[in-house]
Design a protein around this ligand. Structure first.
Ligand code: HEC
Length: 166
């Protein structure tokens, strides 16, 4: 009897072990490359970052925020004035929860990039900025580049929580 129990317990333990290994190997999808994210950071800083700030935290309208609103081009100052000096964060779980798929996000970034084009923009620039935004919230990079057709559920990217709450 004791032997049979032991065998059963061992079988359960072994089985649990397989489940654990299975979970560790199932990595979340990787939807952009590191090169895209790096180019996206440069593009972001030349435009978006002036309003959404370095670190993608958004403006709260505080006096010490960098860059100062008065240093920005007139069209940006006007947009900021109309928004009460505030801009939303482009990082973190609350921001990411607004988009069902990576394509929903990239289309929104496309329209922002149309309004305030980064330096040296082309038709790929918004995808690079999207890659940078995904990276900043903790999504994995890989060998597959983000494209206009990439429509992976944002939830499945399983973003790293420490990065999300920066
Ligand atoms: C002149 C300041 C300014 C610049 C430059 C700017 N934005 Fe914005 N952005 C805003 C303001 C203000 C809002 C909030 C009002 C709105 O949703 O249009 C906003 C909203 C957004 C939103 C929606 C956020 C949400 O939570 O729904 C996204 C995404 C966004 N911007 C991305 C970008 C990207 C990417 C760039 C660069 C290509 C950029 N923005 C450049 C001012 C700016």
């Amino acid at each position: 009897m004791i032997n049979r129990l032991l065998v059963a317990a061992t079988a359960v333990a072994a089985c649990g072990c397989f489940v654990l290994i299975g979970q560790q190997q199932a990595e979340p999808p990787a939807v952009y490359t590191l090169d895209q994210a790096a180019a996206g950071k440069t593009a972001y800083e030349s435009s978006c970052g002036k309003c959404h700030l370095e670190g993608l935290t958004g403006r709260r309208g505080d006096p010490g925020e960098v860059p100062p609103v008065s240093s920005l081009p007139e069209n940006m100052q006007k947009t900021l004035a109309d928004a009460g000096g505030k801009t939303p964060p482009l990082i973190g779980s609350a921001f990411m929860a607004k988009w069902k798929t990576t394509q929903d996000l990239s289309l929104r970034i496309k329209s922002a990039a149309g309004a305030f084009p980064p330096e040296n923009s082309n038709e790929e620039t918004y995808l690079k900025v999207t890659a940078y935004i995904l990276q900043s919230s903790g999504a994995r990079s890989g060998t597959q580049a983000l494209t206009a057709d990439t429509a992976v559920p944002i939830q499945s990217l399983d973003m790293n929580h420490s990065a999300q709450n920066r």
